[in-house]
Design a protein around this ligand. Structure first.
Ligand code: FES
Ligand SMILES: [Fe+2]
Length: 337
């Protein structure tokens, strides 16, 4: 599934303006599902206009490196293999240890050469890599979602022609919710910035048809940098909770990969005592249904993102306070001018 990307001269001009205004922000960005990265697997993903090679050694640990071999420049994601805990280059067989040093060659002592590594983390079945424009180390961690066993079971992705900041801003743009998503909303807890995270809680329900107006669900939003939005929706009457992740990865100037992922878990294990056989398929089915609903909703956003331009000095109106908070909060992820 994917959204149509409109091509036009004015659109290209808007992207160019956005590029000048907004560099790639620092932070954690999603690159793969844990289950895609089986032991011995080597993958190439795009982040900040560069390839990143991620691989998993047979001890279960994930690793991420810049793609080019320091010997003669082969791309390690194009045929590289994992052997004896090392990443082996497909060109002359030099083997690189997890710390990046060249551990061996097929026919002589290894040179003093080192792969450039990225910092990598796994949270809830999702693999994140740290990006900083100056190559500095992580200054914060992606929060683990309650119940470390919660991992997404349904996924969808698309490519969006917009800067990652635009996608994340959508979370705090309350004014677009009735217009684009046709929902009624009540703010349960206003947006609160806490270092690299923003928390907010909303009660959302369909605005129409009238018979559905009484159905409302509480949503707790957690933004962790610009790369990860997690939404928690407790379904108290049936003792379950749905988690939705919107994962935003800047792939190139003015382009972002958007992944939606959903998981369903029990609020209270005891509620499902005696139903353990049914529990797993029910949770998977609910996660899938919620994913379909989220994808249908996000299509409205994607249409806007693909055609809009970035407004560095927006003319905010009363009711847009959370956007002001957001624009202030995002400054921490860019290098100081
Ligand atoms: S280019 Fe990698 S071993 Fe020669
Ligand atoms: Fe939206």
């Amino acid at each position: 599934m994917g959204a149509e990307l409109p091509e036009s001269r004015s659109r290209r001009r808007a992207v160019d303006e956005g590029e000048r205004e907004l560099p790639c922000p620092n932070g954690w960005f999603f690159l793969a599902l844990s289950k895609e990265l089986a032991p011995g697997r080597v993958l190439t993903r795009r982040l900040a206009d560069e390839d990143v090679v991620i691989y998993r050694t047979h001890d279960g640990r994930p690793h991420a490196v810049r793609p080019y071999c320091p010997h003669l420049g082969a791309h390690l994601g194009a045929g590289g293999t994992v052997r004896d805990g090392n990443l082996v280059c497909p060109f002359h067989g030099f083997a690189f240890a997890p710390d990046g040093t060249c551990a061996s060659t097929p026919d002589g002592p290894p040179p003093r050469a080192r792969l450039e590594r990225h910092t990598i983390r796994e949270r809830n079945g999702l693999v994140f890599v740290w990006y900083a424009s100056d190559g500095s180390s992580p200054t914060w961690e992606i929060p683990e979602t309650a119940g470390a066993g919660v991992t997404p079971t349904a996924f969808w992705s698309t490519e969006v022609q917009a800067h990652v900041q635009e996608l994340t801003e959508n979370t705090l743009d309350l004014r677009h919710l009735p217009v684009v998503h046709h929902v009624r909303l009540r703010v349960l807890a206003p947006s609160r910035a806490e270092g690299p995270c923003v928390h907010t809680r909303l009660r959302l329900g369909p605005a129409r048809p009238a018979v559905l107006r009484k159905f409302q669900l509480d949503h707790a939003f957690l933004l962790a940098g610009m790369g990860c939005l997690r939404i928690e929706q407790p379904l108290r009457p049936i003792g379950l909770v749905i988690f939705t992740w919107a994962l935003h990865t800047p792939t190139a100037p003015g382009r972002t990969r958007l992944v939606l992922a959903t998981a369903c878990a029990e609020l209270h294990r005891s509620r499902f005592a005696g139903m353990s056989l049914l529990r797993r398929p029910l949770c998977r089915a609910l996660a899938r249904v919620l994913l379909w609903i989220s994808v249908a909703q996000v299509q409205g956003d994607v249409r806007i993102w693909n055609a809009k331009r970035y407004e560095p000095r927006p003319r905010l109106a009363a009711g847009d306070e959370s956007i002001g908070l957001y624009r202030h909060w995002v400054r921490q992820f860019y290098p100081t001018p």
